[in-house]
Design a protein around this ligand. Structure first.
Ligand SMILES: NC(=O)c1ccc[n+]([C@@H]2O[C@H](COP(=O)([O-])OP(=O)(O)OC[C@H]3O[C@@H](n4cnc5c(N)ncnc54)[C@H](O)[C@@H]3O)[C@@H](O)[C@H]2O)c1
Length: 433
């Protein structure tokens, strides 16, 4: 397999420049100015072991695979409230005021393009900076935005990361199943097609990889899966795995590894940012609940282990609590049991910062999605499961949620792309000679 060299500059378009979006952009600019480190970013800080442990080869991932350097990133994006990234940072209140002022000129230079928006999909927001016309008009306007962004910034390559509000959950229907039906739906302005589906469609039509940081339907739509394959474009999703779910995908594999039972898992969150306000709407919460709930069943496999996990009660709650802003508290009570069924409890209280955890993930996804495109990958990028609460997979297989299996898979994919031996942890080179 050959991987095309990275372009010296890469465009990153963000669908939604709110708390996460503005923190990604401001963070990247701050790193480039030497005002901070890209903590939490595997592409920037992670090493990868190559060959046997005796070889002592562990380069930085960014030196091993060809990635555009952070100094070559060019940002843009859409938001339904308009304004520039300086205003978005001020509204989000994630970053320190002094840091925002130090970056002000760069942040003010990036202005949000009008979003494709339907208030029925995000009931708590009333967007004012939005595209006119029908769904077909929105799709064409988004494609034009992408082309203009590339031309204005003299960019060969570009990726989109969805950082917009979570849309209400709807079951899929015939209009989502195949490309012809989807395109007829765009022409008919069919309200079953959500704005996020249209952003994804526009990206794929323009050959731009799309990573879905939210629980909304996007590249996982059957019609758009077909389009991604046909156009040879990578897609991945969904819903950034940042706080509580990241912990779940570490703790649950531990219980299973030690054959400890789990009777109940109660997870509650308080958060006070705009995301919390949107998720206070039952329709949007339902989308989030879907991506959060799947994780434990899929790791613990209650059908294989009915004595240990057959009775597990799993509950997830998200409570909008304005005083906390972006500083979320994710609280878990886990009722486990051991030898002869004796009960025990674990309590986890994660006082995290949502956007500080999400920003490096969005950066990595942008860089790896572009790498995937240059490696000739198309359609669902399962090797990026590491970053997702609800990883997209091929239809015939279940998702792998264990964080460390996901990391192994990601690194082995990088080794494979670069023609290095895969690491299986078998250790036979020592014992079987
Ligand atoms: N922060 C995290 O840890 C985390 C983790 C997983 C997923 N997410 C998801 O990421 C998304 C962003 O989170 P956030 O905290 O930045 O929320 P936010 O509310 O601060 O930002 C979302 C932005 O999207 C804009 N928007 C809404 N609909 C739009 C549209 N159709 N087109 C363009 N812009 C649109 C809003 O105006 C807002 O500025 C949410 O869906 C959230 O659930 C966040």
């Amino acid at each position: 397999m050959t991987v095309q060299q990275a372009a010296p500059r890469l465009g990153i378009l963000l669908q939604g420049i709110g708390a996460v979006g503005s923190t990604v952009i401001a963070g990247a600019i701050a790193v480039n100015k030497g005002l901070g480190l890209p903590i939490g970013s595997l592409t920037q800080l992670g090493h990868i072991r190559l060959g046997k442990r005796t070889e002592g080869r562990s380069p930085l991932i960014k030196d091993f695979v060809p990635l555009t350097p952070m100094s070559g990133l060019v940002f843009g994006g859409w938001d339904i409230f308009g304004g520039d990234v300086y205003e978005a940072c001020k509204t989000a209140k994630v970053l320190d005021g002094n840091l925002i002022e130090a970056l002000a000129d760069d942040l003010k230079a990036i202005k949000a393009m009008p979003g494709a928006f339907d208030p029925d999909y995000v009931k708590r927001l009333n967007g004012t900076h939005i595209k006119a016309g029908t769904r077909r008009d929105w799709a064409e306007a988004l494609r034009e935005d992408i082309r203009r962004f590339k031309a204005d910034n003299d960019l060969e390559r570009c990726v989109i990361v969805n950082c917009s509000s979570t849309e209400v959950y709807n079951e899929l229907s015939d209009v989502h199943q195949d490309l012809a039906a989807f395109e007829a739906g765009l022409d008919a302005n069919d309200a079953r097609i959500s704005p996020t589906m249209i952003y994804t469609y526009a990206a794929l039509m323009e050959g731009v990889p799309y990573a879905n940081g939210t629980p909304s339907w996007a590249g996982d739509l059957p019609a758009l899966q077909t389009l991604a394959i046909e156009r040879g474009v990578p897609v991945s999703g969904k819903d950034f795995k940042t706080g509580q779910t990241m912990l779940k995908t570490v703790l649950a594999p531990m219980f299973k590894a030690r054959m400890l039972g789990v009777k109940g898992w109660f997870s509650t969150n308080i958060l006070g940012n705009r995301d919390g306000e949107v998720l206070d709407d039952p329709g949007s919460f339902k989308s989030k609940e879907k991506t959060k709930l799947g994780v434990i069943d899929s790791i613990l496999q209650p059908k294989l282990y009915p004595d240990l996990y057959g009775d597990l009660y799993h509950k997830v709650r998200i409570n909008y609590y304005p005083p906390r802003g972006d500083s979320k508290e994710g609280w878990d009570n886990i009722d486990i049991f051991g030898w002869l069924g004796y009960p025990m409890q674990i309590k986890v209280d994660f006082l995290c910062r949502d956007s500080i955890l999400a920003a490096p993930i969005a950066l990595d996804l942008a860089l790896f999605s572009d790498l995937a495109a240059r490696a000739g990958r198309r359609g669902t990028q399962e090797w990026l499961s590491f970053y997702w609460k609800s990883p997209m997979t091929a239809p015939e297989v279940y998702a792998e949620h264990d964080l460390f299996i996901q990391l192994t898979k990601l690194k082995n994919n990088l080794r494979h792309m670069m023609g290095e031996t895969l690491i299986t942890h078998l250790g036979t080179e020592y014992y079987e000679q």
